[in-house]
Design a protein around this ligand. Structure first.
Ligand code: C2E
Ligand code: MG
Ligand code: MG
Length: 814
């Protein structure tokens, strides 16, 4: 304490006052500043203006006396210790003063002056203690009042059997919705009628008895549902009072309950659940998660769910998924994941973000179901919707789909598609005469045979009843479709064995081809149907194209094309040579090379049957190249045998002529064979020249430059015109045999022959007549100035070996 103690001395006797002053000075400690007044009035004035730590009070003052003095000072200075000064004679009065509030008393005598210091110190200390107590009390009262927990204090009555409220704090008022005025003084049961029922009264009694504090949680009901929770702590105070400190824990309990429920749901859910933190680390997974994925929590905690990735989705997929979660808070969809055992399976997944109280994302929760089963069921349903239950083949619905798809591809590729509608002949009779189970079995086997006939890209469907459809896609040539139809007819006409019965059936097939016979599935099916009925009308067991002229051509074409390919591969072509004779001298001046094909079954096949097909399929190019090569080789061989001046005429089709490599082929062939170019004659058709393009003129000029001879075959059958003949540098015209045939009987033909000869000569061209079969024809031609002839009259086309002999033996005129 740095400040000096302030003491007020109220003493009317100056001697006593001086005595006290001296005693205090002598004491020196505690430091003390003394204010002296000699009347009560002055003392009270001093108290009003100044603060004091101690009052030394004489009881006999001029303006007051005895206990009255004490009371008046106390009233003015409640917290200040008072030491009463008395004379030796009235110690009794001093004791009374102490009882009524003074701190101490001191008898004024020289002998007791030395006690003054101690009295003062005690007085101050005692006062200090009182002050502290009062402060504590005030603090406790405030604490009591403002505590967050409810506090109720009870007086124990009747030996701790009953308890009456003696204090009730503000929190208690709030929790119990009761003002303290309605509580204080009342018995516990009066305020809380159910206190006994909830065991509160018993607990109070026990605590009062034993002095052991107890914890008593209480829940109370309203409408048979828990309406609230109280958490009570009950103590006994040393005074014997009971204190209950309690909290309303309803909210906390409800939250706990909620959590417990959530935990139960989490654990017992059939859906897999995974919870991750913001960084995607797994915090928790439930049982279902572990069952589905195969990962127990211990193994996967702290990992990223990424380890479940199947690899079936692109990074783009995951980017979009997370984009949606972050933007919209959740995502739902199908996702393929991988189990611990490596198996990949589909899930239906929902991912949501969980936000904290500040609105930021704190967790992610993923819930999912394994939809493997559902998917399988879906696929099954899908299959059933698109397939025929009896045969397992695609049904009409799926067929339409496939047709549309295939048409799109064909359109893109420029290829063809064929729709073959196959109807079993007289199936109704078979089905009725056998039992239906056999009918079903027959249809199943028909389906199998059809699949056996189809290529992998084709679709075999059952479109209803005894009707099947084969869709052939990406077809290059109609012949392929005809061949397939033919195979089907053969396959279905083989006997079926059902149980012990052998059954023979036939079928009728209608064919529609894209793009010619329809632009969509519907039209193609309709036209295939029309064609199928035509096949029935034509006596069944055959196929018919919707477009009539395909019917005759295609199969032959197909067979022939095959044969031609074979022949090319196996070198099965052969050249025969037909002499060309100079009318004037009767000498053989050339031969025309005419190709034949050797066929295993058909023998020697004439070109009339295969050249058109070779033209159609483009095979004429390799065949023509072979002919040219062989003819030149043969010409050279004859030359080497000493046969000089024999011209070799080779036919050139329009198709061949259009090939960009023609000039090179001719030049190379000549060079390779060593045949002098002047001995090669190319027979062109009028159709080549009719094109009249710069390119043709240039090609012909190049051939001429090489030294090759050029003649026009079958002259007169095309659009013969002087105009085009003038433009080209040709060597010879060949009067077509159709004019020669009837030249002796038909004046028109003779007129034409004459005109051709005249025309040729006017252009400085030689004229040869082909197809001369008799002497009359020969004579007529000779008479009209024809230069050369070719025909059976002189010789049929012959194998090469025959030519040298003919050269020597035959003389037309001879
Ligand atoms: P073309 O060039 O007009 O050949 C003449 C055809 O008339 C040959 O028939 C020949 O055998 C036949 N012929 C000859 N003399 C007589 C006769 O007195 N009476 C009758 N009725 N016919 C006679 P071939 O060998 O069957 O050839 C038919 C056609 O095939 C040829 O007509 C030609 O256009 C074509 N051809 C033949 N070989 C080739 C070839 O190597 N390349 C090309 N592009 N076409 C060829
Ligand atoms: Mg010819
Ligand atoms: Mg001809």
């Amino acid at each position: 304490m740095s400040m000096p103690l302030q003491a007020l001395l109220v003493e009317d006797n100056p001697g006593d006052a001086r005595l006290i002053k001296e005693a205090l000075i002598e004491m020196s400690a505690p430091r003390l500043q003394l204010t002296w007044t000699d009347t009560l009035t002055k003392g009270l004035e001093a108290l009003a203006t100044q603060e004091f730590d101690l009052i030394l009070l004489d009881l006999s003052l001029p303006d007051s006396h005895g206990m009255d003095t004490v009371k008046r000072i106390e009233a003015a200075a409640t917290a200040i210790p008072i030491v009463v000064l008395t004379g030796l004679d009235d110690e009794a009065l001093a004791i009374e003063a102490v009882r009524s509030g003074a701190q101490d008393y001191l008898v004024k005598s020289e002998a007791e002056a030395h006690l003054l210091a101690r009295v003062i110190r005690y007085a101050i200390e005692r006062n200090h203690i009182h002050q502290t107590l009062r402060e504590n009390e005030a603090r406790l009262a405030a604490l009591f009042e403002h505590m967050g927990s409810g506090v109720a204090v009870y007086q124990a009555l009747q030996d701790g059997q009953d308890f009456a409220f003696s204090a009730f704090n503000r929190a208690a008022e709030r929790i119990d919705h009761l003002p303290r005025e309605q509580v204080i003084g009342k018995l516990l049961q009066e305020v809380f009628p159910s206190a006994a029922e909830f065991g509160i009264l018993d607990t109070f009694r026990r605590v009062w008895q034993t002095g052991q504090a107890e914890h008593l949680p209480v829940s109370f009901y309203q409408d048979r549902r828990i309406a609230g929770w109280r958490d009570n702590y009950i103590y006994r105070l040393p005074s014997g009072e009971i204190v209950a400190i309690y909290d309303d824990v309803t909210e906390r309990k409800q939250a706990e309950e909620q959590l417990r429920l959530a935990a139960r749901v989490f654990e017992s859910s059939a859906e897999g659940i995974v919870i991750t933190d913001l960084k995607g680390r797994i915090l928790s997974v439930n049982e279902a998660f572990s069952e589905i994925t195969g990962y127990p929590l211990e193994e996967i905690r702290g990992q990223n769910p990424r380890i479940l990735k199947s690899g079936k989705h692109s990074p783009e997929f995951y980017r979009e998924m997370w984009g949606t979660i972050l933007k919209e808070g959740h995502w739902q969809g199908e996702i393929w994941n991988r189990r611990k055992n490596g198996e990949v399976y589909p899930e239906w997944m929902t991912i949501g973000s969980v936000k904290d109280e500040h609105g930021g994302i704190s967790h992610f929760v993923g819930t999912f179901t394994d939809i493997t089963q559902r998917k399988a069921a879906e696929e099954r349903i899908n299959f059933l919707a698109h397939h025929d239950a009896l045969t397992g083949l695609p049904n009409r619905v799926l067929l339409q789909d496939r047709v549309s798809q295939s048409l799109a591809i064909c359109q893109h590729q420029g290829s063809k598609a064929g729709l073959l509608l196959i109807d079993l002949d007289r199936f109704k009779n078979i089905n009725e005469s056998l039992n239906h189970a056999f009918g079903d079995q027959l249809l199943q086997e028909v389906g199998q045979r059809l699949e056996g006939c189809a290529r992998r890209v084709d679709t075999v469907a059952r479109s209803g009843g005894d009707e099947f459809v084969v869709l052939m896609t990406e077809v290059r040539d109609i012949g392929e479709i005809a061949a397939a139809a033919n195979n089907i007819l053969i396959a279905l006409s083989q006997p079926f064995t059902l149980d012990v019965h052998e059954i023979n059936i036939t079928s009728s097939i209608g064919i529609a081809v894209y793009p010619g016979d329809g632009e969509n599935a519907q039209n193609l099916l309709k036209n295939a149907d029309v064609a199928m009925y035509r096949a029935k009308d034509l006596g069944r067991n055959n196929y018919q194209f919707y477009t009539q002229d395909m019917n005759a051509r295609t199969f032959e074409t197909l067979v022939m094309e095959n044969s031609l390919r074979h022949a090319l591969k196996r070198d099965d072509f052969v050249l025969h040579y037909q002499p060309q004779v100079d009318i004037a001298s009767g000498a053989m001046i050339g031969v025309e090379a005419l190709v034949r094909m050797r066929h295993a079954d058909l023998g020697i096949v004439p070109p009339g049957t295969f050249i058109p097909i070779a033209e159609e399929t483009g095979l004429i190019v390799p065949i023509g190249a072979w002919v040219l090569g062989e003819a030149c080789r043969q010409g050279r061989e004859w030359l080497d045998q000493g046969i000089t001046g024999l011209r070799i005429a080779v036919n050139l089709s329009a198709n061949q002529f259009r090939q960009p490599g023609l000039l090179d082929t001719v030049a190379k062939t000549l060079a390779d064979s060593g045949l002098p170019p002047g001995q090669l004659e190319l027979e062109l058709t009028e159709s080549i020249l009719m094109r009249d393009s710069e390119l043709i003129i240039a090609t012909l000029q190049s051939l001429k430059k090489m030294g090759v001879q050029l003649s026009i075959d079958d002259f007169g059958t095309g659009f013969s015109s002087l105009a085009y003949l003038k433009r080209f540098d040709l060597d010879k015209l060949k009067i077509d045999q159709s004019f020669v045939r009837d030249i002796t009987s038909d004046p028109d033909d003779l007129a034409i022959a004459r005109a051709v000869i005249a025309l040729g000569h006017s252009l400085n061209l030689k004229v040869i007549a082909e197809g001369v079969e008799n002497g009359e024809q020969l004579e007529l031609l000779r008479a009209n100035g024809c230069d050369e002839i070719q025909g059976y009259y002189f010789s049929r086309p012959q194998p090469a070996a025959e030519i040298p002999r003919l050269l020597h033996d035959k003389r037309m005129t001879g």
